[in-house]
Design a protein around this ligand. Structure first.
Ligand SMILES: *Cc1c(COP(=O)(O)O)cnc(C)c1O
Length: 405
């Protein structure tokens, strides 16, 4: 049966061929991609990396070098975000600290952050999960006032804006990802953007030492992208989604990944799709807004609070199921109806054992993050969602008997 993937970016045959045609001029295309991302974010320079997490590691190392202060070893991250953010902090030789989130906005709660002891803090990291901008100008102002760096993690939020400014462009350094479930994809890839002279010098130096991909890896990735482009279509996704070797929807804390340059020969894919970003964001937003309207009066759920001056990119739409005991039934009913709903990251970072092992005990009380982890459901918003989708999703959720309706 046809099934909507949880997230994804359609790649048409025309886009695929245009991207492949750029392979012989890969260095030029990679340079254009880096330039376009820098320009999009409002920053001066961009570096392309093998993955977003690799970009996070070199970004944090560059901040540590630029700060040149051995006391500043801590990086404050939201207690609910992608596990690889915590792993990247550890891999960079720094210590993850957790700040709780506001469960309604999913942003680091600026009040909680204000109460932090910043004496050993190097940087604060945003999350912008599902393309919903965090309270970025508050975080930026607070980081500046406390004399620490801010990393604007826009891995899921390329194309989103807050107060008219691009997400990824707040603070000192921004991060983008081209992984499969993000705003645009080339299967793998990431980018770091910044305008800070000292950080630019450190990143330039670090980047020189990084290896690139070999031709075999490029060909494998290009073949996988063709498969991805086909399998994202609901008719095929319904067939492949159960195949265990695809590892779909797995979340893990993993330190064992390479830190390399982006495979420039894949830059054409990200570059071509970046050219469609406005249109992709418009379609995802229209689907998300239709969902928000159709779900407004559904009992037993809560919709995210989106600031009036935020313009999200909606890589997915998150909702909260008020009673955690209802969530499994909601997920099951949606997936039975062909809607790729997920429970997102299964735990708050304060409950992930690898994170607990390295984070100070004082940070491990994160009720907001735990509230979200137990209740969140993400809904697809990608362009393969059919016109009747919002009504269908609403009807399916309404039909689930809720404890807390
Ligand atoms: C995906 C993601 C990353 C890491 O990006 P990869 O390209 O998958 O390594 C970092 N932060 C957030 C919030 C993400 O969603």
């Amino acid at each position: 049966m046809a099934h909507l993937a949880p997230a994804g970016t359609p790649i048409s045959l025309r886009t695929y061929l245009a991207a492949a045609a750029r392979m012989p001029r890969s260095a030029d295309t990679a340079e254009r991609l880096a330039g376009a991302l820098a320009q999009h974010s409002g920053h001066r320079s961009a570096w392309l990396t093998s993955t977003g997490r690799a970009g996070m590691v070199i970004a944090l190392r560059a901040l540590a070098k630029a700060a040149n202060d051995p006391k500043r070893t801590d990086v404050v991250i939201p207690a609910y975000t992608c596990y690889s953010v915590a792993a990247s902090v550890a891999k960079a030789g720094l210590r993850p600290r957790l700040c709780d989130i506001d469960p309604h906005t999913l942003s680091i709660d600026p009040e909680q952050l204000r109460r932090f002891d910043f004496s050993s803090v190097l940087a604060v990291v945003s999350a912008n999960l599902y393309g919903l901008p965090n309270e970025l100008s508050e975080l930026e102002g607070l980081a500046r006032a406390r004399g620490v760096f801010m990393v604007d993690d826009a891995a899921q939020a390329l194309g989103a804006h807050s107060k008219g400014r691009p997400v990824g462009g707040f603070g000192d350094i921004g991060l983008y990802s081209f992984d499969k479930g993000k705003s645009i994809t080339s299967l793998d890839g990431g980018a770091v953007v910044t305008s800070d002279d000292a950080v630019i010098a450190e990143l330039t130096r670090a980047y020189e030492d990084l290896a690139g991909a070999n031709v075999l890896e490029t060909l494998t990735a290009a073949a996988k992208l063709a498969v991805y482009a086909v399998m994202l279509r609901p008719t095929y996704y319904g067939v492949v989604r159960r195949l265990p070797f695809l590892g779909l929807g797995k979340t893990s804390y993993d330190l064992d990944y390479p830190i390399r340059r982006y495979d420039a020969r894949l830059a054409g894919f990200a570059y071509e799709l970046l050219g469609h970003l406005t249109e992709l964001t418009r379609t995802r937003s229209a689907n998300a807004l239709a969902l928000l309207a159709a779900l407004r009066d559904v009992p037993g759920i809560a919709l995210p609070v989106i600031a009036s001056d935020a313009s999200p990119s909606f890589t997915r739409l998150p909702i909260l199921i008020r009673a955690p005991s209802d969530r499994a039934r909601v997920l099951e009913a949606l997936n039975r109806a062909g809607i790729g709903a997920t429970g997102s990251y299964p735990e708050a970072l304060c409950d992930v054992s690898d994170v607990r092992a390295v984070t100070p005990a004082a940070d491990l009380e994160c009720p907001g993050a735990r509230y979200v982890a137990a209740r969140i459901v993400t809904l697809p918003t990608h362009p393969y969602c059919p016109p009747t989708y919002a009504q269908l999703a609403s009807a399916v959720i309404r039909a689930v008997p809720m404890e807390n309706a």
